[in-house]
Design a protein around this ligand. Structure first.
Ligand SMILES: *[C@@H]1O[C@H](CO)[C@@H](O)[C@H](O)[C@H]1NC(C)=O
Ligand SMILES: *[C@@H]1O[C@H](CO)[C@@H](O)[C@H](O)[C@H]1NC(C)=O
Ligand SMILES: *[C@@H]1O[C@H](CO)[C@@H](O)[C@H](O)[C@H]1NC(C)=O
Ligand SMILES: *[C@@H]1O[C@H](CO)[C@@H](O)[C@H](O)[C@H]1NC(C)=O
Ligand SMILES: *[C@@H]1O[C@H](CO)[C@@H](O)[C@H](O)[C@H]1NC(C)=O
Ligand SMILES: *[C@@H]1O[C@H](CO)[C@@H](O)[C@H](O)[C@H]1NC(C)=O
Length: 665
């Protein structure tokens, strides 16, 4: 038996390399015993979380063990550094939970997938729900299984402040926004003479800039779900998951949860909170404030969690957002997109929300009531279509009331954000507020390689931040508000030259067309700030006066499907760079024949099953202004954004008896 265990240890050690690559058995669990939250995680004193233990018994495949029978007699202890190890049940004064069992399967590599030979794994598990560590310090959790095998998790409960330094926090997220995109947007929106900008972005005036690293807990490229979750909870997660550490069970809603900033703020201070987004409200970045799930695509249930807090498990009640503005009518209209087919406009109205479905009624909303504003189905049309190519709006079938037709009278990010501030400021009163405002389509349009639409929304974000600073000043809240502008991840976008789009379009071959790209001195100067005689885009200062100059920027992404470039603004609809071809696989993308027919072909760098560009590894910037701004300089992890905000908001509760309101222990 001992020999078998030793060989298991060796096997597990050699396999941990394999199982942490392309496919993973469970990313946070290289051994056969799993502790979630895993090793190296950090906590806010008093923050609620669940602790799950799993013991895996692979039935077959390279790790096959114990005939696929998982150890159900595993034990788990926790010790504070310098203290004695106690069983988890004793340490937290809980009853031992029941053993749960399930089976899952995974592919060990691409060869196994090609051969359709998944590895099956039987699991025995326990979960301790809604616990908290109060005293700052180092802790070790030790899972013992299979007669002496151990998995340990070292955790740190950070020593953080209990007193507030900022009354309010406004967190702007430019989804997918990188420094390269900010640089490009500045070039489009601001005039320069002899290399000197005559005006700059609002972001350029922020006193402090830092960088955050965006890795997921188990992959180095992140998506918007787990990166938003890291920003809001101080806990890393897995692609598509948020507010939880992903476990291996099939249930999308039973994974071990972590408490988010709005749940904490409500419990500790009773503050007001809200979310504004140009995406559907159920989309990852807005919904991660309240969502606890393995799957970001469970849109309907997640809107229910946003209104009613978690009903499936005992948890913190976040009270529902005071303000919730964005797109995504599909999850509110009764039908297949809403939770259990219910009418969520009615559910919000029954919970005393004023409901707004257009800009006119948004502007007229009372500052004292809770408000839900849903302005279209799906994502909101982008700034470029709302302000420049406005005829395109008629091509949408996105009326939020469910009537077939386009949403008219759409607010922009600025309208939504300023109204949200007025409501939150009145409702929060002395208790302050937290607002997350997301420019979602920077990311969505970068995915589509539609650089102009992405940069238009970035300039809209900057314009919104500028208006926010001015508005906070006007209502006397600038000094008491920490304003952060950051991102959740990047895309490998940059500008590498200028291009003569006229010459490009008129050349016959791809190679001749590429001659139109001017590099170094031939990049010239930005023509987006030079008015075109007879054409007025009329979008005011800080935006381009010409969106379709003959000499455009030559730009691109490091990650793209096959596509065709002509570098001109797509004035008709948002770009669709790659498509499937008639008669061929529905999962195999080629150059979309309708996209830029006068351009040249750029072969993709991605699997041909990807129809769009994908996220990249780059660190992203964090701009800070207001109380605690100085703590945001330097380079740190995305979870540190949460700890810095929590520290500034005095959210730590190092004493179990001062757990805050609304949630009896
Ligand atoms: C494991 O067993 C299942 C069920 O018998 C089978 O379908 C699968 O191909 C096996 N996988 C491997 C890696 O042998
Ligand atoms: C609660 O859990 C059940 C079963 O996992 C799931 O079907 C349902 O959608 C969940 N509801 C919410 C609001 O999360
Ligand atoms: C805006 O919504 C209000 C009700 O909330 C409605 O009375 C009005 O007709 C709507 N306006 C437009 C332009 O759709
Ligand atoms: C809401 O508050 C703002 C700023 O204080 C004020 O200008 C506006 O008139 C208020 N709106 C309503 C409907 O009371
Ligand atoms: C869009 O671009 C095409 C091709 O250059 C042009 O013919 C058309 O007038 C443009 N439409 C608008 C609305 O700008
Ligand atoms: C793109 O790749 C295809 C093969 O997939 C090749 O035939 C073609 O020449 C390539 N085009 C360019 C512009 O590299």
């Amino acid at each position: 038996m001992l020999g078998k265990l030793n060989s298991l240890a060796l096997l597990a050690a050699s396999l941990s390399v394999v199982s942490a690559q392309y496919y993973q058995r469970l990313g946070t669990c290289p051994k056969l015993g799993c502790v979630l939250p895993p090793d190296q995680q950090d906590f806010l004193p008093g923050q609620y979380f669940d602790l799950r233990l799993e013991v895996h018994a692979p039935v077959n495949g390279s790790e096959a063990f114990n005939s696929g029978v998982p150890d159900e007699k595993f034990t788990v202890t926790i010790a504070k550094e310098g203290g004695e190890a106690k069983s988890v049940a004793e340490f937290f004064s809980l009853d031992e939970p029941e053993i749960e069992k399930w089976t899952f399967h995974w592919y060990e590599d691409l060869y196994a997938e090609d051969a359709k030979t998944p590895t099956f794994v039987n699991v025995a598990s326990k979960i301790y729900r809604r616990i908290a560590l109060y005293e700052p310090g180092n802790y070790q959790v030790k899972l013992t299984y299979y007669n002496g095998e151990t998995t340990t998790a070292d955790w740190v409960v950070r020593p953080l402040a209990t007193a507030k330094k900022a009354k309010n926090v406004i967190l702007f997220i430019g989804d997918g926004m990188t420094t390269n995109m900010i640089t490009a947007a500045r070039l489009l929106g601001h005039k320069s003479i002899n290399g000197k900008y005559q005006s700059v972005l609002q972001l350029d005036d922020f006193p402090v800039v830092g960088h955050q690293m965006t890795h997921s807990v188990d992959s180095f490229i992140t998506d918007s779900a787990n990166s938003a979750s890291a920003l809001y909870s101080g806990h890393k997660s897995t692609v598509n998951a948020m507010g939880v550490y992903a476990d291996s069970s099939p249930d999308l809603f039973d994974d071990p949860k972590v408490e988010t900033i709005v749940e904490l703020l409500k419990r500790v201070w009773g503050s007001a909170w809200g979310a504004v987004s140009t995406a559907l409200l159920a989309d990852a970045t807005p919904i991660a404030l309240t969502a606890h799930t393995r799957s970001r695509y469970a849109y309907g249930p997640l809107i229910d969690q946003a209104l009613n807090s978690l009903t499936n498990y005992t948890w913190t009640n976040h009270g529902g957002p005071d303000v919730y503005f964005g797109g995504g009518a599909d999850q509110f209209l009764p039908g297949s997109g809403s939770y259990q087919g219910e009418d969520y406009y009615k559910a919000f109205a029954d919970a005393d929300y004023d409901i707004s479905l257009n800009k006119t009624s948004l502007t007229a909303l009372s500052n004292s009531s809770k408000a839900l504003g849903v302005f279209c189905k799906s994502n909101m049309p982008v700034w470029l279509d709302r302000n420049v190519f406005t005829n395109n709006l008629n091509s949408f079938t996105n009326d939020p009331s469910g009537v077939k037709g386009p949403a008219k009278d759409l607010p922009g990010l600025k309208d939504m954000t300023i109204k949200a501030i007025d409501i939150l400021n009145e409702r929060g009163g002395d208790k302050g507020f937290f607002l997350m405002s997301e420019a979602a389509s920077i990311d969505k349009q970068m995915h589509a390689l539609d650089y102009d639409r992405a940069l238009g929304d970035l300039l809209e974000l900057d314009d919104t931040v500028r208006a926010t600073v001015n508005h906070l000043k006007a209502i006397g809240e600038l000094e008491s508000t920490l304003i952060l502008v950051t991102s959740d991840h990047g895309h490998g976008f940059d500008v590498f030259g200028g291009v003569d789009t006229k010459y490009l379009a008129e050349q016959k071959t791809d190679r001749e067309k590429r001659r139109a790209v001017g590099v170094y001195q031939n990049s010239g100067l930005s023509q987006y700030t030079v008015e075109k005689p007879g054409i007025s885009y009329g979008t005011g200062p800080n935006f381009p006066v010409n969106w379709d100059p003959r000499y455009a920027i030559a730009a691109g992404l490091g990650a793209n499907p096959d596509h065709r470039e002509n570098y001109r603004v797509n004035n008709a609809t948002s770009r669709n760079p790659a498509s499937t071809l008639a008669g061929l696989s529905s999962n195999d993308y080629y150059v979309n024949p309708k996209d830029n027919p006068d351009g040249f072909v750029v072969n993709g760098t991605l699997p041909t099953s990807e129809s769009q560009g994908v996220h990249s590894l780059t660190d992203v910037a964090v701009f800070a202004m207001g109380p605690c701004q100085e703590t945001f300089g330097g380079v740190y992890s995305n979870i540190d954004v949460f700890y810095k905000m929590a520290n500034c908001l005095g959210l730590a509760r190092p004493d179990a008896n001062e757990g805050g309101k609304g949630c009896a222990k």
